[in-house]
Design a protein around this ligand. Structure first.
Ligand code: GDP
Length: 470
């Protein structure tokens, strides 16, 4: 029996070795991370990207497809047995049903393997058959990425910073009131801890709704299967005595457990293995919410970039051991809310935000790019007159009422600074008018054979993210 076990182990390790050799020599793997804060458009992006890689009729910007080198793309079982599979089929069914609807959003990490069969380019192209390249797409909430900053802090420092930040925010009133009646040195009681944690979570949710991005710990917003667990049952407390068995001592212990048992494993198991990354940003949503939301989005982008900067954090540096993400795309989603005459302006705003985030994070390393796209085009373009002026609008079915409507979101400035400068200076509202957003329902699709769902610049995004490896 010992011998069989031994032999079994041997065979397995040989299998493992051949697997690895196969992968590295013959079947390269690209791990593409897709992230962004809640509702940024991750689920729709992945669903449409995969569908459009399988049927490439609308992907002229993907060079390998344009050159006719793309033989096929097919889904395969993913290599990671413990990560939930991204539910591509259900999401695609939602978008392509006779009465289409938006799919359920990302709540936790998930993964999908799409294998691409591509004829190599260049001198050897005629001599070799097509190669298989595996694209492992990893979907994870951006909120979890922002937690990296927590690793540098202890509970007292974190509490101080959070309490300073939320002091004047109306969304925090209820939590702060509860806090004023709380003595951290008093004996720990679970009910009290729970009340504080749920009031703090309610604050985080309200702050998120109001457009703030600094809403960590990220799992408080998207707990996944940790809902109600002690690692999520803490809240910041003002500095003070923390004797044994006190509330403050227990809160500090849970904060450390959150770092060790939630944040670190995420970075180790998922983040550290990513080669290419797309960060989706609902920039139009933030512009609609106002200058504060835009400024906050800019900070969040810098924080996100900071996570991709090896050397910033000891834990991460050790974890990455010199490996780094090669390309990062910051993409403004839902560009189909704008007539194409305004797409360049949205892209310019995204580019300016990315540049500033790079400067702020003192980022050097990966190639970054900014873009405006729509993973699923839900509107058509329409020119109409309003108050005697001809306006470039978009038309679609409104999500709330189901009625068709034409929509003009406002005119984005040609110079991104017209938005970014007031945002940086802490303006309360935009000087020149308002920017509206509208929720459109996905339009019913009639797809011809070989065509994926309609999109805007998804092909260019794919070219930037993986085109060089095909
Ligand atoms: P996630 O939370 O990042 O996974 O976000 P989702 O992919 O679920 O998208 C959130 C919502 O944004 C969707 O339910 C849609 O209402 C909207 N949305 C996402 N992508 C697009 C797009 O390309 N065009 C339009 N018009 N709306 C989109």
């Amino acid at each position: 029996m010992v011998i069989t076990t031994l032999a079994d182990t041997l065979v397995r390790s040989v299998e493992n070795v051949t697997d690895t050799v196969n992968e590295t020599l013959f079947e390269p793997v690209i791990r593409l991370g897709v992230t962004g804060l809640a509702r940024a458009g991750k689920t729709v992006f992945i669903t449409s990207l995969v569908a459009n890689l399988m049927d490439r009729g609308r992907m002229p910007g993907l060079v390998a497809a344009q050159e006719g080198r793309f033989a096929s793309a097919f889904l395969q079982p993913q290599p990671d047995n413990t990560i939930p599979r991204f539910d591509f089929e259900t999401h695609l069914n939602a978008l392509t049903a006779p009465e289409p609807h938006w799919p359920d959003s990302t709540r936790a990490v998930s993964e999908l393997r799409l294998s691409l069969k591509v004829q190599p380019a260049g001198l050897l192209s005629g001599l070799q058959g097509p190669r298989v390249i595996h694209l492992d797409i990893v979907d994870y909430p951006g909120e979890w990425l922002l937690d990296l900053a927590l690793l540098d802090k202890d509970y007292v420092q974190w509490s101080r910073e959070v309490l300073e930040r939320i002091e004047d925010r109306p969304e925090a009133t209820a939590f702060l009131q509860m806090l004023s009646g709380t003595d951290g040195a008093s004996r720990h009681e679970e009910t009290r801890a729970k009340h504080l944690a749920s009031a703090f979570t309610a604050y985080l949710k309200a702050a998120r709704g109001a457009g703030y991005y600094d809403c960590t710990p990220g799992r408080f917003l998207l707990p996944g299967d940790l809902e109600g667990a002690p690692v999520l049952t803490f809240a910041p407390l003002p500095a003070g005595d923390a004797p044994r068995r006190s509330l403050a001592r227990e809160m500090a212990r849970r904060f450390e457990a959150y770092k060790a048992e939630v944040v670190k494993p995420f970075f180790r198991d998922h983040f550290a293995r990513i080669d290419r990354q797309v960060v989706l940003v609902d920039a139009l949503g933030a512009i609609h919410k106002g200058p504060k939301a835009v400024e906050d989005m800019r900070r969040a982008m810098a924080d996100i970039l900071g996570a991709f900067r090896p050397g910033r954090n000891d834990f991460l540096t050790r974890l990455l051991m010199g490996k780094r993400v090669e390309r990062i795309l910051f993409a403004a989603t839902k560009a189909d809310h704008l007539h194409h005459s305004q797409h360049d302006r949205l892209a310019a705003i995204m580019a300016a935000l990315t540049r500033e985030a790079r400067d702020r994070a003192q980022f050097a390393g990966a190639t970054t790019e900014a873009m405006a796209l729509a993973a699923l085009r839900a509107t058509t373009e329409h020119s109409g007159t309003h108050e005697g002026r001809v306006l470039d609008m978009v038309r679609g079915k409104l999500l709330d009422t189901g009625r068709q409507a034409a929509f003009y979101p406002g005119e984005l400035p040609e110079d991104p600074n017209a938005l970014l400068a007031p945002a940086r200076d802490g303006a309360e509202a935009w000087l020149d008018g308002d920017y509206q957003v509208m929720n459109f329902a996905p339009a019913p699709l009639t797809l011809r054979p070989g065509e994926g769902p309609p999109h805007i610049r998804l092909d260019r995004a794919a070219q930037f993210l993986i085109g060089d490896r095909l």
